[in-house]
Design a protein around this ligand. Structure first.
Ligand code: UDP
Length: 378
């Protein structure tokens, strides 16, 4: 049997495209290297009865109603508002920076109205390039050197294995600075954790009569076999893997950042007061996640599962590294992508295939838009 569409990767991007194509009547074959769906959003129920995020904490958040409604067809979301504390100067301090953060760090009691003038003074005392040229400039220009040094500098060096000056100012946009008392990590309108997990959500997306899945199959090792499964001449390939790999690294290798994630079962009811505590300055890990907080599972059990994230250079590609040289290479690859997509037989979508620091909702939105355009013949 020939398929209309081949989807490479069963992560959140691939599952979104596969579902929409299937619903439009296309026969879809999904090829997934791993033995499970959901890609880097994968989760599973541990023997302690706690849902573990295999590749580190994933908290869904979006302001996009279309994305929220789309995913709600495949899962219910558990109400969850993510809060993060940062362990700095021996204290657990609300992060991102808000009025309470400032009052704890500076031992002041300023009000929300006083935050902006306070930060302006801090920024005035600091040195940086304006307009901001890099991650350091972007943060210092908002909060000044003292808060930058306390919360951002060392975390960023640990996370990326590079100096903050080498990284794009773009990355700083992920972390808001708030003048109010909102202590949440995200302020998006819709937030939550899939009730039965991300893997179940992805499985539900892929459960359609027009979708077949090959697990444990490497698209690149299948070679001609993969394209022979596709309806010749008109078939569509949706690619969600690494951008440089698809083009056999013709413009050189793009850099990705990985994590070694250490999981620990602790014999106590709770380990920490929130789901995630960041460790900017101490230890070799960036953060500790305690999953029970996200899922509400086993609240009275005397066991809890935590994980520590140790950033590393090689391994499963989790992050794209937005430096000048990677951005230049990306542009070269993306010109080829554009040319291929124009011919109407390819879609490149997702964090890896577009080499973009997408959140889950942005990945879903890009997949929806690209698939809809393809179906409309755009
Ligand atoms: N960051 C930081 N200190 C923190 C948290 C984040 O300096 O306590 C910086 C760091 O460079 C990090 C980036 O902000 O890589 C984005 O953080 P986010 O929490 O969005 O990272 P993710 O959840 O994607 O790993």
């Amino acid at each position: 049997m020939k398929f209309d569409c081949l989807v490479v990767g069963a992560g959140i991007s691939g599952a979104t495209c596969a579902r929409l194509l299937a619903e439009a009547g296309k026969k879809v074959l999904v090829i997934e290297k791993q033995k499970n769906s959901a890609g880097n959003c994968h989760d599973y129920l541990s023997k302690e009865g706690i849902t573990i995020h295999t590749h580190g904490p994933h908290i869904f958040h979006t302001n996009n109603k279309q994305v929220w409604n789309f995913l709600n067809r495949f899962t219910e979301f558990r109400f969850f508002q993510h809060r993060v504390l940062s362990f700095a100067d021996g204290l657990l301090i609300p992060f991102p920076i808000n009025v309470d953060t400032i009052n704890m760090v500076y031992n002041t009691s300023i009000t929300t109205e006083e935050v902006l003038p306070f930060l302006e003074k801090e920024v005035k005392k600091s040195s940086f390039t304006n307009p901001p040229q890099n991650f350091r400039d972007a943060v210092v220009s908002q909060v000044g050197e003292r808060l930058y040094n306390l919360f951002f500098k060392n975390y960023t060096i640990k996370q990326w294995g590079r100096q903050p000056e080498e990284l794009s100012a773009e990355i700083a946009k992920r972390i808001p600075v708030r003048t109010n008392r909102d202590g949440r990590y995200f302020s998006d309108q819709y937030q939550g954790i899939p009730l039965a997990g991300y893997t179940k959500m992805a499985d539900n997306m892929l459960a359609h009569e027009n979708i077949s899945i090959m697990f444990g199959a490497d698209y690149f090792k299948l070679g001609d076999l993969a394209s022979s499964l596709l309806d010749e001449g008109k078939g569509l390939t949706v690619y969600t893997g690494e951008l440089d790999k698809f083009f056999d690294y013709k413009y050189g290798e793009l850099e990705y950042r990985s994590l070694h994630i250490e999981f620990k079962t602790i014999e106590q009811q709770l380990y920490q007061s929130v789901a995630v505590v960041n460790y900017p300055n101490d230890y070799d890990f960036t953060r500790i996640t305690e999953f029970k907080h996200m899922t509400g599972e086993c609240p009275t059990s005397e066991k809890t599962v935590i994980c520590m994230e140790y950033p590393k250079e090689k391994g499963i590609p989790y992050y794209v590294v937005i430096t000048e040289s990677n951005t230049k290479k990306r542009e070269q690859y993306m010109a080829d992508v554009k040319a291929l997509e124009k011919k109407g037989k390819h879609i490149f979508t997702g964090r890896l295939a577009e080499y973009k620091y997408y959140n889950m909702d942005q990945a879903v939105l890009a997949a929806i838009e690209k698939t809809e355009n393809y179906l409309k013949g755009l």
